[in-house]
Design a protein around this ligand. Structure first.
Ligand code: DX5
Ligand code: ZN
Length: 223
C-alpha cells in the first residue's frame, strides 16, 4: 500500500469544540479521508463523550465519511441512532454485544457499513467468526477511553496476522488502527498492515490540524 492510499482518519476527540466546523474544514482541506467519532458511555470505558447529536453536527460540517467508534455497553440499542445521524461506518466491540452477527446485519440492513473493534489484550479469535461480515476491523493500540495515551507497539504482531488473514482469504475489509498514532510510528503501523490511521492528539493538539494531517501523510510516504 502506498502512502497516498493509506487513509488518514482524524478523531475529533481532541478537536477544539468551540470551533468544530473550522477544525473539520481544515482536516478535509488537508486531505483527510474519514472522520472518527469516539463514543464513550462511562460503562464500557471510564469516560463519557459524544452521542448521535454530535455525529449529526459533524455530518452537516463535512462531506467525508464518518466512522462512529462505539465504546458502549449497548451498541444494539444505539447503533440505529448513529446511522440516522449520518454515520457511514458503525464500529462496536464484540464483547459488548450478545449477538454481534445480528447487530452487523442490522447495521447493514439500515444502509451503513459495519465494523468490529479489538482491544489490545483481546486476541483475533474474538472477531475471527465475523471477518466475512464486516467492512472494517479496528485494531486498538491503546486501551480505549482517552486520547493522548502511548502507542502499544506489542499489538503489531496481531495487526500483521490480521493483514495476513485478509490476504489469504481475500477479505474485503479495511484495517483501521487507533491509539497513540503519530508521525513517529505511523510508518510502522502501515508496514504491519494498517490501512487507515486514526489520530486525535497528533492532529488536533499540534496547533494546526491541517498540518497534523499532512505530517501523518508524509510520515507514511504519501506527502
Ligand atoms: C481511544 C479512542 C481513540 C482516541 C485516539 O479510546 O478510541 O480514537 O481518540 O486518540 P490519540 O490519537 O490521541 O491516541
Ligand atoms: Zn476511537
Amino acid at each position: 500500500m502506498t502512502g497516498k492510499e493509506v487513509r488518514i482518519v482524524p478523531s475529533i476527540l481532541s478537536a477544539d469544540f468551540t470551533r468544530l466546523g473550522e477544525e473539520l474544514r481544515a482536516v478535509e482541506d488537508a486531505g483527510a479521508d474519514m472522520i472518527h467519532v469516539d463514543v464513550m458511555d462511562g460503562h464500557f470505558v471510564p469516560n463519557l463523550t459524544m452521542g448521535p447529536f454530535v455525529v449529526e453536527a459533524v455530518r452537516r460540517a463535512t462531506s467525508l465519511p464518518i466512522d462512529a467508534h462505539l465504546m458502549i455497553t449497548d451498541p444494539d440499542k444505539y447503533a440505529p441512532a448513529f446511522i440516522e445521524a449520518g454515520a457511514d461506518y458503525v464500529v462496536f466491540h464484540a464483547e459488548a454485544c450478545r449477538e454481534p452477527a445480528g447487530l452487523l446485519e442490522k447495521i447493514h440492513a439500515r444502509g451503513a457499513r459495519a465494523g468490529l473493534a479489538l482491544n489490545p489484550p483481546n486476541s483475533l479469535e474474538l472477531i475471527q467468526p465475523y471477518l466475512r461480515g464486516i467492512d472494517l476491523a479496528l485494531i486498538m493500540t491503546v486501551n480505549p477511553g482517552f486520547a493522548g495515551q502511548s502507542f502499544m507497539a506489542d499489538v503489531m504482531p496481531k495487526l500483521s496476522s490480521l493483514a495476513e488473514i485478509k490476504r489469504e482469504r481475500d477479505l474485503d475489509l479495511l484495517i483501521e488502527v487507533d491509539g497513540g498514532i503519530g508521525p513517529d510510528n505511523a510508518r510502522t503501523v502501515v508496514e504491519n498492515g494498517g490501512e487507515a490511521l486514526v489520530a486525535a492528539s497528533a492532529i488536533f493538539k499540534s496547533g494546526d490540524a491541517g498540518e497534523g494531517v499532512r505530517a501523518l501523510r508524509a510520515a507514511v510516504g504519501g506527502g
